[in-house]
Design a protein around this ligand. Structure first.
Ligand code: DGI
Ligand code: FE
Ligand code: FE
Length: 188
């Protein structure tokens, strides 16, 4: 699928604000893919579609998670996590994207996973540092991203965990698993 067609499909699913965020993620994902040697075309496609399901109702997302046998523990945690696996499912079903690597990068763009691929990392980090993001600590992660994809990712996940904990929110176990996995591999 061409970039323009993909953007048109996604635009219809999103608010203008979320579409502008998506364009920022696309631009950043391309830059990171070029810098760190990921597949630029797949990075672009995954970035375009990463928040495809962001505005689906909680009811629809819940149903899909149950029916498709996605990890049911997701339902016990923050609903913000759901649009990632549901997005991967709907992007395949509705937009006809079949590439596993692209679908996985979408699936794991919020929680991460153990053994993240280069493409997963590029999309995760691009989502965090795209130019439209303005939360505390994002500039530090942008700086680290110039030197190390893994170190930037670790800092981004640390910030997210701390942010959730400060608000007395739960943290999905896969977020911790992703963090631990990246730190352990960095030490090797
Ligand atoms: O969809 P975006 O806003 O672009 O970004 P995202 O897909 O990374 O969603 C992040 C949101 O999910 C953020 O507001 C924090 C929230 N969230 C809730 N619980 C968790 C979580 N994020 C992670 N990584 N882990 C959690 O356990
Ligand atoms: Fe998202
Ligand atoms: Fe996003």
């Amino acid at each position: 699928m061409e970039r323009e067609e993909a953007l048109k499909i996604v635009k219809e699913q999103l608010t203008e604000h979320r579409y502008q965020h998506t364009l920022g993620v696309v631009e950043t994902a391309i830059q990171l893919a070029e810098k760190y040697g990921a597949d630029v075309v797949k990075a672009e496609m995954a970035a375009i579609f990463h928040d495809y399901a962001k505005f689906r109702s909680k009811e629809e997302m819940k149903e899909i998670i149950k029916e498709q046998g996605f990890p049911h523990d997701l339902l016990e945690f923050n609903g913000e996590l759901w649009h990632a696996p549901v997005g991967a499912y709907l992007v395949e079903k509705e937009a006809g994207i079949t590439d596993r690597e692209i679908l996985d990068a979408i699936r794991f763009h919020t929680s991460g996973r153990i053994n993240m691929t280069l493409l997963d990392k590029v999309v995760y980090l691009a989502d965090y540092i795209e130019p439209g993001r303005h939360f505390p600590g994002v500039d530090e992660v942008r700086e680290i991203a110039k030197e190390s994809l893994d170190k930037a990712l670790i800092k981004a996940i640390q910030n997210t965990i701390l942010f959730l904990m400060k608000k007395n929110q739960t943290v999905y176990p896969d977020t911790f698993h992703t963090y631990n996995d990246l730190v352990q591999k960095l030490e090797d």
